[in-house]
Design a protein around this ligand. Structure first.
Ligand SMILES: NC(=O)c1ccc[n+]([C@@H]2O[C@H](COP(=O)([O-])OP(=O)(O)OC[C@H]3O[C@@H](n4cnc5c(N)ncnc54)[C@H](OP(=O)(O)O)[C@@H]3O)[C@@H](O)[C@H]2O)c1
Length: 244
């Protein structure tokens, strides 16, 4: 039986660890080739991902760069066009937590980083990849948000501001794509056992949390050509029937 994403091409940001790594492996296990992005300092983690994807019989193209380099996103779009002519799946997963503190205590440089990485990089990906997703017979954009506890939670303002903004971008893109083959959705993970979660809630019993491999299955479903969902914010916990 052929795999559900056989021969499709996926670009995943934040692929060095956590949710992005698990999503890259899950997509590859279903037959997709992967373009994996994280910062150059995570080269070793990217190379180990490359090994695992090749062991699954798929290709992995590593593109180490910092998402704050927005012009590099345009260059990457150009390279994908020259080499493949299209992109089937975009997973905008990379993100930072930033400082958890009162709004007035967030240093302007760190506020700007939240915008640069969590918001502007995804806008630049949509801008750069839109023609490539439209060149696919079933382009799929999946952007990772947050905030099932609300986007006005005290001390989480910088992070939640960025997630509200990126969610809005992804839903707007969905409306703009209605008449095309492209579908754009948002995944709201809820607490997942990753480095970011450990930083956000130190001392928590991690063993009680779902693993990145669990949520990766939702991304596979949304990446399928036959998945017609569009403009939805999908809570992983609801999708998986988990309580919080
Ligand atoms: N885990 C949770 O409970 C949870 C809950 C809600 C939402 N989320 C969201 O889920 C997504 C993934 O989170 P995670 O928990 O898997 O986090 P994580 O373990 O901290 O991984 C974050 C990923 O983003 C990449 N990244 C960060 N800054 C980057 C930059 N400037 N340039 C390139 N790559 C960069 C990291 O790569 P490097 O190797 O370069 O650092 C890493 O691969 C994030 O958008 C997060 O906001 C997570």
């Amino acid at each position: 039986m052929s795999k559900r994403l056989e021969g499709r091409l996926a670009l995943v940001t934040g692929a060095s660890r956590g949710i992005g790594r698990a999503v890259s492996l899950a997509l590859a296990a279903e037959g997709a080739d992967i373009i994996a992005i994280a910062r150059p300092r995570s080269q070793a983690a990217l190379e180990s991902l490359d090994d695992e994807i090749r062991a699954l019989g798929r290709s992995c193209t590593l593109v180490p760069f910092d998402l704050k380099d927005h012009d590099a996103i345009d260059r990457l779009g150009g390279s994908v066009y020259e080499r493949w002519g299209k992109l089937d799946i975009f997973v905008g997963n990379a993100g930072i937590l930033g400082p958890l503190s009162p709004l007035g205590h967030i240093p302007p440089k760190e506020f700007q980083e939240l915008l640069d990485i969590n918001v502007t990089a995804n806008y630049r990906f949509i801008r750069s990849l839109d023609p490539l997703l439209k060149a696919s017979d079933a382009g799929r954009s999946i952007i990772v948000s947050s905030g099932s506890n609300g986007k006005d939670k005290a001390y989480w303002g910088g992070y939640m501001m960025s997630k509200a903004a990126v969610e809005n971008l992804a839903l707007t893109y969905a409306n703009e794509c209605k008449q095309t083959q492209v579908r754009s959705n948002v995944v709201n993970p809820g607490p997942i056992r990753t480095m970011m979660r450990a930083k956000a809630v130190p001392g928590e019993d991690e063993s009680a949390l779902p693993a990145p491999e669990d949520i990766a299955k939702l991304f596979v479903e949304l990446a399928l050509p036959e998945c017609d969902r569009n403009g939805e914010v999908i809570s992983f916990y609801n999708w998986a029937g988990l309580s919080r």
